[in-house]
Design a protein around this ligand. Structure first.
Ligand code: UN1
Length: 512
């Protein structure tokens, strides 16, 4: 593979190959060990990054606390204006940031640009929302009284994000948190620190141009020990965590223990039901993009296809043909469909899952394998594969972050829905059908048990306007659109007496 030049993009994003790290705006607090960011695209070292230690973390929190006292006083629509400016900067930096996402994380350039677009979209959404943070007014049972509720900011919002969406997930949280009057401390994945530094640098430009105090957007590049510190820190009012169910279980428990709030976005095990009334062309495109897009490393990736017996062979044959046409390679080359996995540990998990699936009786109709040779020097490129399985296999019940697609045959729609729901996770789901009855049953209370249920759309690629998240082991959290902003605020009920008497509620008499 010819060497990829990213240095100009890095320069424009304010990233040097040294001296990057934790930042509260202008100040850097990075006295920990350095970590190195290697690209899964070509295996090259991109830059080394200084991390924060425990004392650095405390300094960042102190800055954030200080900034919050100022920031909460800025009217919400004015905070919205700052987010508008941030969104405009993202428009300017879209190419550079999208390319960095693609190079540091390994997703296709189209998807890298799409991720930055998702950031721009949430900024636009948050700007509008900054004038709509409204509560209800209600009628008091007492004469001459008024009752209403209002929403106040929480304080410091901690965001712990994963490598697979190294910029967008933070922005969903940060844009809402900011318009709500909070300040944010972001601990990104150690696998994609440069994407995070680029975002912080872009925000810093807005902060500088508006004379904002340091500490509204804070970045902590650090290992999981500092992540634990943040999770257990009473000063962090809300922890928004995206990652595995295993870690999310600990985060949720520890935050609850100290009566903090959490938003958990954990594993998915997403299925598409393809009925006998499906548009097969559309189903194939939806299924293949869902399964191999981002090399199967989205939490919304399609992992299972539940196919009606009457169209099973047709779908299977067309999938085999489609997989035969997939081009795997450098994700910055737009003729390729599939890029690398994030690192060699992910490759090992992919291989182990294939072995486990085979041991349980899985029949691979498209074989997997690790690619070798000049174009695959990083050792992170794998072949997307397909296996016929039973839904009950242990490995099928489990989320493997890799392009492994499982096929399951069904006879009745009730059976298909039961299979779709019979996994511990509950993030995204879809049905491919042109039949109204099938679609409505799938969307009804007797249908999909997931946080996201689509008709004639795949499982991935949700728009930011809806609430994003899932049920069961996916954690129950919601991020981005709809009324999700309420998670980032505390609700207060106010009752005001404008009379000269003090009547008590519930008709209680109390005279002195
Ligand atoms: C994730 O994989 O963590 O719906 C987020 C999607 C994207 C977000 C995925 N909009 O696939």
């Amino acid at each position: 593979m010819s060497s990829i030049s990213i240095s100009e993009n890095l320069k424009r994003l304010g990233i040097s190959t040294e001296n990057n790290g934790t930042s509260t705006g202008l100040d850097f607090f990075s006295s920990g060990k350095a970590i190195e960011s290697y690209s899964p695209v070509d295996g090259n070292l991109i830059a080394s990054v200084k991390t924060s230690d425990k004392q650095d973390y405390e300094k960042v929190v102190a800055k954030a606390e200080q900034a919050y006292l100022e920031f909460r006083k800025i009217p919400a629509p004015k905070r919205g204006d700052l987010v508008r400016q941030f969104g405009n900067k993202l428009r300017e930096y879209k190419e550079d940031l999208g390319k960095l996402v693609s190079y540091e994380m390994g997703k296709s350039l189209q998807e890298g640009l799409g991720e930055v677009q998702e950031m721009i979209d949430i900024c636009d959404f948050a700007v509008g929302l900054s004038r709509q943070l409204h509560g209800y007014t209600m009628h008091s049972e007492r004469p001459g009284h008024r009752m209403y509720e209002q929403y106040h900011p929480l304080g410091i919002v901690g965001v712990i994000s994963a490598f697979n969406f190294p910029v967008a997930v933070w922005s969903w949280n940060a844009a809402l948190a900011w318009i709500c009057g909070n300040v944010v401390i972001w601990k990104p994945s150690e696998k994609t620190p440069l994407c995070a530094i680029a975002c912080q640098n872009i925000f810093n430009e807005v902060a500088k141009e508006n004379d904002l105090p340091e500490g509204i957007s804070n970045l902590v590049i650090a290992d999981h020990e500092i992540g634990d510190q943040l999770v257990n820190d009473k000063k962090i009012a809300l922890v928004s965590f995206t990652g595995s169910t295993r870690v999310g279980r600990i985060v949720g428990k520890n935050v609850a223990e100290r009566f903090g709030k959490s938003i958990l976005e954990l594993g998915g095990n997403n299925a598409i039901i393809i009925t006998e009334n499906a548009d097969i062309n559309m189903s194939i495109i939806g299924a293949v993009f869902g399964a191999v897009g981002t090399a199967g490393q989205r939490c919304t990736s399609t992992r299972r296809l539940i196919i009606h017996e009457s169209v099973y062979d047709e779908v299977k044959n067309r999938l085999v043909k489609a997989y035969g046409q997939l081009k795997i390679g450098n994700p910055l080359d737009e003729t390729n469909h599939v890029g690398p996995l994030i690192d060699k540990a992910a490759v090992k998990q992919y291989q182990d899952s294939i072995e486990k699936c085979k041991a349980e009786g899985g029949n691979f109709i498209v074989e997997g394998g690790v690619l070798e040779g000049d174009n695959y020097n990083s050792g992170c490129y794998v072949k997307p594969c397909i296996a016929e399985v039973e839904n009950s296999y242990e490995i099928v019940q489990h989320e493997t972050f890799a392009p492994i697609l499982y096929l399951i045959k069904y006879k009745t729609l009730d059976e298909a829905i039961a299979i779709q729901n019979d996994v511990p996770q509950g993030l995204s789901s879809a049905i491919m059908t042109q039949n109204l009855r099938e679609a409505e049953l799938f969307l009804s209370h007797a249908g999909s048990d997931c946080g996201i249920a689509n008709v004639n759309i795949g499982t991935s690629g949700a728009e930011i306007g809806g609430a994003f998240g899932g049920e069961k082991e996916t954690g129950g959290g919601r991020e981005s659109g709809s009324d999700v902003w309420k998670y980032y605020m505390r609700r207060q009920t106010n009752t005001i007496n404008y009379t000269t008497n003090l009547p008590l509620a519930q008709g209680i008499k109390f005279d002195l």
